[in-house]
Design a protein around this ligand. Sequence first.
Ligand code: SF4
Length: 452
Amino acid sequence: MGGGDRAGTREPQGLVRAAGPGVARTVENAVCTFCGCTCDDIALRVEGGRIVEARRTCALGDDWFRGQPATDGLAARVEGRPATAEEAIDAAARMLAAARSPLIYGLVDASGEGQAAAVAVADLLGATLDTASSAAHEASMCAFQHRGKTSATLGEIKNRADCVVLWGVAPESSHPRFFERFVRAAGLYVSGPRTVIAVADAGAAASREADRTIPIPVEREFETLWALRAIVRGRRLGPEAEAAIGLPVAELEELAAQLKRCRYGVWVYDAEPPAERRDPGRAHAILALAEALNEHVPFAALGLRGRGNRVGAESVVASNTGYPFAVNFGRGYPRFGPGEFTAPEVLTRGEADAALIVGCDPTEHLPEPALHVLARVPTAVVDFRDSPLARRARAAILTATYGVAAPATVYRMDEMALRARAALESQLPSDADVLGRLADRVRALRPADGRP
Ligand code: SF4
């Protein structure tokens, strides 16, 4: 969720180009899926089949539209050679239907409709299905399942929150329009400026948007959250607690009192932290603290999510199977197995004998040992981006970019579903079309007894 200093809305410069046929027009309320803000107020000017201007994007969104692949040219490959989409779909179906234990992986850069079709393919194959965001988000998801979550939509936060706590995050870098759209914008029920408090790793730069910053030792993150929860619940902490958290208790007491005085608060945290901060206790403690604060004032927990439609991947997989990731259909019904059916474990145990990669670059998500195994497994790829993996895959089908060159349902980080219209026309099929046809082909090759 990087982005450095390339933040701030660009109005209206930002030349964006992509190939494809079409007539001159302006597409209002286009949706940017680059980060979890999923801004739906973008205006795109399309001329001669190209996006020539993008308004209200930030720098990251501008790059997203400018970096779109050409919508003409090669559509598919079989064994590295050019092929029609139909030939590649048939080759992928034959490879997957012949496998005993296929893995379907990715889904984070695909439409909601494509994600649902990928679930159908996994069901037909008795496959294991995992999202590319599961490794980073697993701790948050499991804490959510165990504890529940006091959440809110971004609209509610904009209209009601008068106190925003940034727990180890600086959204102006990762989600550049977060403050403009949801914190600094006028809210229906917020009068006057909102209070923004950053609680940040003592060794790292805190958000520039914060009115106040409290540095904490990042290695004591869990202890600090739990101590703050105890104070919110009315406990008095002694010197031994101070030694454990490495911070004066009085400072946490002052923070707790400030939070309890607000009218509506929101706790903003990184729901997909780097590997060293994926302690399940951390996610659990954040949700427990928000729950404790709700005994005093309405307080929502908002996890910042990364690029693409990864919230959609979890929502669509959960709505179709009951589980958000790491689902195995091997027994004919969905089973949930974090750490068992998550892709790195399935691959490194050598269990996958074929793989279908949908809407993701595995090199961005899988650890090295799993990537080494994946390189030896027969693979099919369905993606809007060409990649080294697609070039060496048994079958690869390039699709129109979801939400830009094909209409798509995408999910914001608050789990609101948005409909993204296509600004560009494309010769390429949508991911939903390709995966739907793949499901049909698998169904024909692999009848109900599950044998090819
Ligand atoms: S804030 Fe995020 S969704 Fe909005 S324009 Fe920037 S990158 Fe796109």
